[in-house]
Design a protein around this ligand. Structure first.
Ligand SMILES: *[C@@H]1O[C@H](CO)[C@@H](O)[C@H](O)[C@H]1NC(C)=O
Ligand SMILES: *[C@@H]1O[C@H](CO)[C@@H](O)[C@H](O)[C@H]1NC(C)=O
Ligand SMILES: *[C@@H]1O[C@H](CO)[C@@H](O)[C@H](O)[C@H]1NC(C)=O
Ligand SMILES: *[C@@H]1O[C@H](CO)[C@@H](O)[C@H](O)[C@H]1NC(C)=O
Ligand SMILES: *[C@@H]1O[C@H](CO)[C@@H](O)[C@H](O)[C@H]1NC(C)=O
Length: 506
């Protein structure tokens, strides 16, 4: 391994650096070394000949005593300049008094800002850092395939399928391990998108309208004009803006034999509304359970019949079900296959399913006017799925209430991941769908698949346009991991991972 020495002088930064935290850099370098991107390297930061940070801790700072008084970053033993590219923007942010380990809020550093400064690892750079040539005689899918091989070899995800298609059907499918397109998987919040599409089917066929009030169909729902609940509409429920901000614990929800509507009534009577509808957004299950109660009452059909008639049958989804069958948990009860999800995404893309009018309405950024607008990470919210903008709350004083960047607003990516890692998305602008099909081990939940989504998406954009992407384009497409994300992957792998509790909300 050739040793490369990099010396960098960083000027014009805040003077006092006494209360800055080097934790994010320490963590990032720990992960960097553990993943073997570079090994046996040393990293030091000095200012006015004073050593401020060193990695590893045993490294002798006296070798750095040639500082000219400015901030200096000294890296020895790195294989390439990748480590410099990824860390220098982080060090600069630390000197500006930020904490790059934070993912949201004013003290955090925006992922866009770090990427603008070149502070990220793209998929080709990741391959190169692990000694796999990203070059291939055939540009395109073989590169993705190599990346997925590496992803599995690193143990970042072990058993999964990566699938891409257009209106014309499948373009690429690649499986690692045993989770292929036909394996039935519980999906947790993966349920939210198809559950919402199911209910929207009753809007598409004229049974209901998005602006119908819940009390139009449910006789136990308040009609008292002084009760804010009397104003809740189907649209409020499907955009998660009903004003409910926590799920009450209602035992009948876990009883497979409970009557669906009776249980929805119990849920309604147990829940406390905390704001008028249309003012706040909250990622909880009650909205869809009550929206489904509207659909059941409006149609006179049982929930399992509604699923059958409005999604399974029109989409040809023959491997999907919701549990419990007669009293389904709308927001979390799906069991499905990659193949079924592909049918759904494909027919949404072509507007064969539900039609352009209804789908376009569902795919707006509905949460932009309310607070919070989302979770600060996945994005804002449409109806039952994210208006994707990963990391939008980072570097923003308003955190999860921050507006989307113009770039995200223009991309209009629609995404519907679940807590077990299954990540489906639709790119309307370029006309394709992409999904990472898997169910993570609930004893070791990682959420690593969303990083694969980040890295792969702009490469897929280019491949479908039959060209190779430059590093610059990958950065412009936000397709690179910043240092805290490399550490987050490290932190999420055994033995450091964290179990998913019994209660699945997301
Ligand atoms: C840093 O150390 C060098 C070499 O010992 C010395 O010449 C220089 O004056 C020092 N600079 C400061 C700002 O202390
Ligand atoms: C580091 O950044 C420079 C400047 O943008 C770029 O030319 C170089 O390719 C990057 N190195 C790696 C390994 O990505
Ligand atoms: C789908 O197929 C048609 C007919 O072969 C072709 O003209 C069109 O470009 C294809 N569209 C996509 C998005 O691949
Ligand atoms: C319900 O909506 C109406 C019409 O927008 C409004 O006048 C009324 O104040 C609302 N009721 C409550 C309790 O918020
Ligand atoms: C589901 O439908 C597909 C065709 O879309 C078919 O290939 C598959 O065998 C069916 N699966 C079952 C379990 O019937």
């Amino acid at each position: 391994m050739a040793t490369l020495r990099l010396l960098l002088t960083v000027a014009g930064l805040v003077s006092a650096a006494s209360d800055v935290s080097w934790q994010s850099l320490q963590e990032g370098l720990t992960a960097w070394e553990a993943f073997g991107f570079d090994t046996s390297f040393s990293y030091s930061v000095t200012r006015d000949n004073r050593s401020l940070f060193q990695y590893p801790a045993s490294h002798d700072p006296t070798t750095l005593a040639w500082s000219d008084g400015a901030v200096q970053i000294f890296i020895a033993g790195a294989k390439s300049d990748l480590l410099r590219n990824v860390t220098v923007p982080v060090v600069m942010a630390i000197f500006k008094g930020k904490d790059p380990s934070l993912t949201t809020g004013e003290k955090s550093v925006s992922r866009d800002e770090l990427l603008e400064e070149g502070g990220g690892v793209t998929l080709p750079a990741l391959l190169a850092a692990r000694g796999v040539s990203p070059q291939h005689p055939q540009p395109g899918w073989p590169l993705i395939q190599r990346a997925l091989d590496l992803w599995a070899a690193m143990g970042w995800d072990k058993s999964f399928t990566f699938n891409v298609g257009t209106r014309n059907g499948t373009v690429f499918t690649y499986t690692k391990g045993t989770t292929d397109m036909n394996r039935r998987l519980p999906g947790a919040s993966l349920s939210k998108w198809p559950a919402t599409l199911t209910i929207a089917g009753l809007v598409a066929d004229g049974t209901m309208s998005f602006d119908d009030k819940a009390n139009k169909y449910l006789d136990w729902w308040s009609k008292d004009p002084s009760d804010p609940r009397s104003n809740i509409t189907l649209r409020h429920l499907l955009t998660f803006q009903s004003g409910y901000t926590s799920d009450p614990r209602v035992l009948c929800q876990y009883n497979p034999f409970a009557n669906f509507l009776k249980c929805a009534e119990t849920l309604y009577k147990s829940a406390k509304i905390s704001s008028p509808p249309g003012k706040t957004w909250s990622y909880i299950s009650i909205h869809l359970q009550l929206a489904a109660a509207m659909a059941v009452s409006a149609s006179g059909l049982a929930p399992d019949v509604i699923f059958q008639r409005y999604v399974y049958q029109p989409l040809g989804m023959n491997g999907t079900s919701w549990f419990p069958k007669k009293n389904p948990m709308m927001a979390a009860g799906i069991v499905t296959t990659g193949a079924d999800f592909e049918k759904m995404l494909n027919k949404m893309l072509s507007y064969e399913f539900l039609g352009q009018k209804v789908l376009s309405e569902m795919e707006e950024d509905w949460s932009a006017p309310v607070s919070p607008c989302g979770d600060g990470w996945f994005g804002h919210y449409g109806m039952g799925h994210w208006f994707d903008c990963m990391g939008y709350g980072s570097g923003q004083a308003k955190g999860s209430s921050a507006q989307l960047s113009q770039w995200c607003a223009d991309e209009k990516i629609q995404a519907g991941p679940g807590a077990f890692g299954f990540f489906p998305l639709i790119d309307r602008k370029r006309g394709y769908y992409m999904q990472i099909v898997l169910k993570e081990d609930s004893k070791c939940r990682s959420e690593i698949p969303e990083y694969l989504r980040i890295l792969a998406k702009p490469l897929v954009d280019a491949i479908l346009e039959k060209r190779s992407a430059t590093e610059r384009e990958l950065f412009e497409g936000r397709g690179a991991l910043i240092l805290r994300e490399v550490y987050d992957i490290y932190k999420s792998l055994p033995p450091r991972c964290w179990p998913l509790g019994e209660q699945i909300q997301i």
